[in-house]
Design a protein around this ligand. Structure first.
Ligand code: SAM
Length: 307
């Protein structure tokens, strides 16, 4: 299994929130994405063949009209994501593949859609998208934007997660809790001093960037430490060990998301690729949403000329 597939499958196995990338402070879906997709779905003709590239568990199809006659397909690199999608939308045909190598014929779709998806496969995915569009068909995408709201948050979270690693936070926490259970007062004092030094930059990070694994890990450990009399040592060290794996998965996903974010020059390149494939009216603007000062995505649309 390649790294990207494994990383994403781990993510989809653990994720209980249907994998929404853009949620508000309460973890709820932001209405702007639903509004965007509802308007575009309304513009498609009856019976339109639609494919979602890098669909995840099907966030886009959550906004389909209640009644429609579309023929729906979805691709993703992760079979775990596609299984989750099929549990929710059994009528969707799924294809496990990378978005830059889709085993389907040219011109098979009236609409190729993607949301925080195709760009994970690199710019080549946009050539694939264009190839799949039938004459008169459309591309409709919301793509990660460099230095936008999500990208800035990801970069912030990644920097703080790296501080956890640099400070060997989990090692110090493990030593301190082990000493606390051992009853050795000297060992406890030494490990507490070392822990406080290691935790300092992590706590500072929580004021720069609240959301992220650094806050979850610090607060989670603090709570376990304070209530340690209610637990066995192995429960707490087991939790800390599991957090090592979580931290790796988290950093891997964040770095993939950062790498996927498209710059203005990427957009110029995509525009060129689209035009080469006969797409016209290529429009790309930052997607702004209420409550966020930075744009959340690129809003990228294009239409293929009719025959
Ligand atoms: C941030 S999630 C977005 C999922 C979904 N579009 C949504 O809006 O919820 C990115 C998705 O891209 C998929 N992915 C990552 N690399 C890919 C690739 N090279 N080809 C196809 N899918 C990929 C992941 O498995 C994941 O489901």
């Amino acid at each position: 299994m390649n790294d990207a597939k494994k990383g994403w499958s781990d993510y989809w196995e653990k994720d209980s929130a249907e994998g929404e990338v853009f949620v508000d402070a309460e973890g709820e879906r932001h209405p702007a994405l639903g509004d965007f997709w509802r308007v575009h779905f309304e513009s498609l003709p009856d019976g339109a063949r639609v494919i979602d590239l890098a669909s995840g568990a099907g966030s886009i199809y959550a906004h389909l009209p209640e009644e429609h006659t579309f023929q729906l397909s979805a691709t993703d690199i992760s079979d775990v994501a596609l299984n989750a999608l099929q549990d929710r939308y059994p009528q969707v045909s799924t294809i496990e593949c990378s978005a830059d190598a889709i085993p389907l014929d040219d011109g098979s779709f009236d609409a190729v859609v993607t949301q925080f998806g195709a760009e994970y496969a690199g710019i080549g995915a946009f050539a694939e998208a264009a190839r799949l569009i039938a004459p008169g068909g459309k591309f409709i995408g919301l793509c990660h934007i460099r230095d936008g709201y999500i990208d800035s948050s990801n970069r912030g979270q990644m920097a703080e997660a790296k501080i956890l690693l640099e400070q060997a936070f989990i090692d110090h926490a493990t030593r301190m809790i082990t000493a606390a259970f051992s009853g050795d007062a000297d060992a406890l004092k030494n490990s507490q001093d070392a822990f406080v030094t290691a935790a300092g930059p992590v706590v500072e990070g929580m004021s720069r960037c609240k959301k992220g694994i650094h806050t979850y890990l610090y607060q989670g450990f603090r709570q376990l430490y304070e209530r340690r009399h209610q637990y066995d040592l192995a429960d707490i060290t087991g939790w800390l060990d599991a957090m090592r794996g979580e931290l790796d998965i988290n950093l891997d996903r964040l770095s993939r998301m950062c790498a996927a974010a498209l710059t203005e020059s990427d957009i110029d390149e995509i525009r060129r690729i689209f035009e080469e494939h006969g797409l016209k009216e290529v429009h790309c603007t930052p997607f702004e949403t209420a409550g966020n000062t930075l744009p959340v995505a690129w809003n990228l649309t294009a239409q293929k000329g009719s025959k």
